[in-house]
Design a binder for this molecule. Structure first.
Ligand code: SDX
Length: 431
């Protein structure tokens, strides 16, 4: 953290406290309250962290008003159009776009870690076939702690590097295994002659009984979806990984915690919930009914895939995914997919509705992704696992940044206590 000449003054019970202000390279200034409790004996109060910077970071920048998303300074639409997922992984992990030699070395390292320990196959047998793949993912990724003992020591930079590559490499394999297990088909081993996205499609959709050729359209679309979900500043699951890691827990356990948090329908589970909502709406003529329900405070229904804590203009990822949905469905000959028509009409209706305009609600990353994934042949239950395998590089990059930060200490928030003050125990006869 750089020194600063700026400060804010807090006056409390006649006392004044100077709070340093730090300026970022982009985004709002921050008021440093680290010494506030020691100096003034008060906490700040911010449930949901709507106004709190939990760390400093150089990885991803989001401007919610402009609808801007930068990874190490590069705009997401340029990365989605010109780069590919493993190159974006390198950028997020190491801070710069790789040279050709660096990229080749990184791709070889990831490719050579895509298999999982053969004994891990047994973990799947303990799950019901109808277990949600996210449940399987949480369990098996956490269990990696029980296998990879040579990459558990977070204080060793080399072990951190190995753990990072193992997680990026093995998440697609484990996610594909969770899918195969849920449909009663045999696991498919990764293939080193396929690129990352093609390998994932192959592990999900090939069967031993016949040759499977990855459709390059689907592979490119898959890679773009992975790129768009790779990292997103201090969202709920990334903050979960950072908080879990702050205790020194091993990376596999911390990533499992991030997967668990991502599962929620308010976060990464929204892509599944959004497609289920589009199917429930079914036809364009039923949209007004659901728009009214979304506005009704007495109705818990919300438009899934709409709204965002940070974006108050547009989610740049949704724009790219909308274009991709058009392209993929047309190339697959399903451009008349009724769900896509309902989604587009729903988007237009909501964007012109005063409630959504006033609340600044726009389609987010989850609004169009499910339409593409379903057209690719995935069941809705696989949407969030795909989000999780993509976001693993973001979680791991933020984890590495935090562990290497000299300021790193265990996260331990306080509270506004509204419970009973001290009172004496009463025997049961007196109650
Ligand atoms: C992701 O943080 C990230 O970066 C996440 C993510 C990432 O890449 O990591 O971008 C991925 O999680 C995207 C979001 C996916 N979730 C959904 O699509 C679920 C539907 N959206 C909402 O649940 C909601 O919009 C959130 C959770 C996304 C954001 O919630 P906030 O910031 O806490 O906003 P809020 O709930 O306080 O809503 C503000 C107002 C409320 O009305 P009032 O109380 O002011 O009257 O807007 C309303 C809400 O009722 N509102 C909605 C709505 N979202 C918010 N009303 C109808 N439909 C919606 N979808």
């Amino acid at each position: 953290m750089t020194d600063t000449q700026k400060s804010a003054t807090l006056t409390l019970d006649g006392e004044s406290y100077e709070l340093p202000i730090f300026s970022p390279t982009a985004g709002p200034d921050v008021v440093d309250i680290r010494k506030l409790y020691a100096q003034a004996g008060v906490f700040t109060y911010d449930p949901g962290f709507t106004s709190t910077a939990s760390c400093d970071s150089t990885i991803t920048y989001i401007d919610g008003d402009k609808g801007e998303l930068l990874h190490r300074g590069y705009p997401i639409d340029q990365l989605a159009g010109k780069s590919h997922y493993l190159e974006v992984c390198y950028l997020l992990l190491y801070g710069e776009l790789p040279t050709a030699a660096q990229l080749e070395d990184f791709e070889v390292r990831v490719t050579r870690h895509t298999m999982v320990h053969e004994q891990m196959h047994n973990f799947f047998r303990g799950f019901r076939r109808d277990a949600h793949p996210m449940a399987t993912l949480v369990g098996v990724v956490g269990a990696m702690s029980a296998f990879y003992h040579d990459s558990l020591d977070v204080t060793d930079p080399w072990q951190r590097e190995v753990a990072a590559v193992r997680l990026i490499a093995k998440l697609p394999t484990i996610a594909a295994m969770a899918y195969k297990y849920s449909i009663g088909q045999p696991f498919v081993y990764p293939r080193n002659d396929l690129d990352y996205a093609a390998n994932f499609l192959h592990m999900c959709f090939s069967v031993p009984a016949e040759e499977y050729h990855v459709n390059p359209i689907l592979s490119r679309a898959m890679d773009r979806i992975l790129t768009l979900h790779a990292d997103h500043e201090q969202n709920a699951s990334t903050s979960t990984v950072r908080l879990a890691s702050s205790s020194g827990a091993n990376p596999f356990a911390c990533i499992a915690a991030g997967i668990a948090c991502l599962w929620g329908p308010a976060h990464g589970g929204a892509n599944q919930a959004c497609l289920e909502m589009l199917k429930e709406i079914g036809t364009v003529d039923r949209i007004p009914e659901y728009i009214e329900r979304a506005k009704d405070k007495n109705d818990p229904f919300r438009l899934m895939g709409f709204g965002h804590r940070v974006y108050k203009n547009t989610d740049p990822r949704a724009k790219v995914l909308k274009q991709s949905a058009d392209e993929v469905l047309e190339l697959l000959g399903v451009e008349n997919n009724p769900l896509l028509q309902v989604a587009k009409e729903l988007e237009q209706t909501a964007l012109n509705d005063p409630y959504f305009i006033e609340k600044k609600l726009f389609p987010n990353v989850d609004f169009y992704s499910g339409i593409i994934l379903e057209a690719m042949g995935f069941p809705t239950s696989m949407f969030t696992p795909i989000f999780a395998l993509s976001r693993t590089v973001g979680w791991i990059s933020q984890w590495k940044e935090m562990i290497a930060d000299p300021q790193n200490k265990i996260g331990r928030p306080r509270q506004l206590y509204l419970g009973e003050t001290m009172r004496d125990y009463t025997d049961i006869e007196q109650r």
